[in-house]
Ligand binder design. Structure first.
Ligand code: IMP
Ligand code: MG
Length: 178
């Protein structure tokens, strides 16, 4: 495992992101929607830096990756989502990889009538995108490697690491917690 972003670097990136968002929304109430489970660490850190009237909610997406690091079919569970009609909404996810997750979420959430809908991610993997949309806010661009930590998992492990690390092929083959 090789560290890609240190705790300090992440803190700096989130500080910049929070400053951009506070400036963009000024004193307008914002509803932050975190995509479970990968965004939970980011959401916890980001919302504490937002100087805005704020609501927080979650939506769950599962992609059935299993052992593979390539995405499978998506299942969206919005039963925990608060009412977003007429609200300014910011969707927060851990990583923009192929982009299918964010594209699907944005499409589905638009139908619930928010007055605006933007998106922010901690990471965007370069050269992987398969959709025409882009996240509105990106804290860091990273190369095309499989990463864990700061909310990101490999088979549900490593989410608690305070930094972001890249797994190499041996790590992936050995599996988590081996
Ligand atoms: P996308 O739909 O391909 O953009 O994938 C987005 C989702 O895939 C993220 O929310 C993550 O759960 C997962 N994902 C993509 N790349 C990685 C990675 O490098 N490490 C861990 N999870 C990843
Ligand atoms: Mg995820």
């Amino acid at each position: 495992m090789k560290q890609l972003l240190s705790e300090d670097e992440i803190r700096g990136g989130i500080h910049r992101l929070a400053a951009q968002l506070t400036e963009r929304y000024r004193d307008r109430p914002l509803t932050v929607i975190g995509v479970l489970t990968g965004s939970m660490v980011l959401v916890a850190d980001l919302i504490r830096q937002l100087d805005l009237p704020l609501r927080v909610g979650v939506i769950q997406v599962r992609s059935y990756r299993g052992a593979a690091t390539t995405p499978g079919p998506l299942e969206i569970n919005d039963s925990m989502l608060p009412d977003i009609r007429g609200r300014d909404v910011l969707l927060v996810d851990d990583i923009f990889d192929t982009g299918h997750t964010l594209a699907r979420l944005i499409e589905q959430m638009h139908e619930l009538g928010p007055s605006s809908l933007r998106s922010a991610v901690l990471l965007r993997k370069l050269g992987r995108q398969q959709v025409s949309i882009e996240p509105d806010y990106v804290a860091f661009n990273i190369p095309d490697v499989f990463v864990v930590g700061y909310g990101l998992d490999y088979q549900d492990a490593y989410r608690h690491l305070p930094y972001v690390a890249a797994l190499d092929d041996d790590d992936l083959a050995a599996g988590p917690l081996a």
